[in-house]
Design a protein around this ligand. Structure first.
Ligand code: G1P
Length: 290
């Protein structure tokens, strides 16, 4: 079955970025020349999915506006002969069909996904978390969709992390599978206490899920941090059918963390066709003191 829909939860408060996020959503913070959420949406589009479901909350309308057609801006850009820029702005809203659902209470990631159940229906779907930006040759979502075409079961993207960081992630345990960089999941735990797992396989914010996850989430009780955790529901799903962990090709930046966000700005800036070279010169100058 083809994956046609992607859920992007954007209901989080963004407290780690206060005061920047007091009146703008954290997903609208800029990396070089576009808000972080646009990189996620572009990854979805580049991977061949054409329906996005934002799970939003109060104060997040800037995200919906960003992907909408802005008549006034379009007219002004046309008057000023800035047609290329105008086309770029319109492209993204033309390429994708976006709907929003509201998460009325901040009850956790599992609850946010569950909120979108009626819009997804009975088909496999993708989840992308806005904090995780992935720079790769082939979009991370596309890599996962290709694996899904082969295995037809749920997939979580993983990366290796040092033991000192496992407590910040959902951690997956499992056996190596025949396919390269793929593991059959046997156990998973959300933010394990230090020393309670030998695994270094951390879930990053990309998932392909079978729709059965919704009925599991119906009855998933609060877990780590008192929130309804997606990871807990995923563990229950592994008892019913196979699940795979996939070590994707690429570099992930945690744009929800100040240091990760700064690294993302530098990495994306260095890849920018016009800014890359002068930025590199500037950084070299700082490092060498010249
Ligand atoms: C969420 C998930 C966690 C995952 C992480 C990846 O946690 O619950 O399993 O490892 O995203 O970014 P959060 O970072 O929202 O606390």
């Amino acid at each position: 079955m083809k994956v046609r829909k992607a859920i992007i939860p954007v209901a989080g408060l963004g407290t780690r970025f206060l005061p920047a996020t007091k009146s703008i959503p954290k997903e609208m913070l800029t990396v070089v020349d576009r808000p972080t959420i646009q990189y996620i949406v572009e990854e979805v589009v580049a991977s061949g999915i054409d329906q996005i479901i934002f799970v939003t909350s109060e104060g997040k309308s800037a995200i919906e506006n960003h992907f909408d057609y802005n008549y006034h801006l379009d007219m002004v850009l046309k008057e000023k002969n800035k047609t290329v820029l105008g086309e770029e702005l319109n492209n993204i809203s033309n390429l994708i069909d976006i709907v929003s659902v509201r998460q009325k209470k901040p009850l956790g990631l599992g609850h946010a996904i569950w909120t979108a159940r009626h819009v997804v229906g009975n088909e496999p779907f993708m989840v992308l978390l806005g904090d995780d930006l992935v720079l790769s040759k082939k979009p991370c979502a596309k890599q996962m969709l290709e694996l899904f075409d082969e295995v037809g079961e749920s997939i979580v993207a993983i990366q290796r992390v040092p033991a000192s960081e496992t407590h910040q992630y959902g951690i997956v345990e499992g056996e190596k599978n025949d396919r390269e960089n793929t593991y059959r999941v046997s156990r998973m735990v959300e933010k394990p206490a230090p020393g309670t797992t030998d695994s270094d396989m951390a879930i990053i914010g990309r998932y392909i899920l079978m729709p059965e996850i919704f009925s599991i989430l119906d009855t998933t009780t609060p877990g780590h941090g008192g929130e309804i955790q997606l990871t807990d529901a995923l563990l229950a799903l592994t008892k019913r059918r196979a699940m795979y962990a996939y070590e994707f090709e690429g570099t992930r930046y945690d744009a929800g963390d100040k240091m990760g966000y700064l690294k993302a700005i530098i990495a994306y800036g260095l890849l920018h066709p016009q800014l890359g070279k002068p930025l590199m010169e500037y950084i070299k100058g700082i490092v060498t003191g010249k």
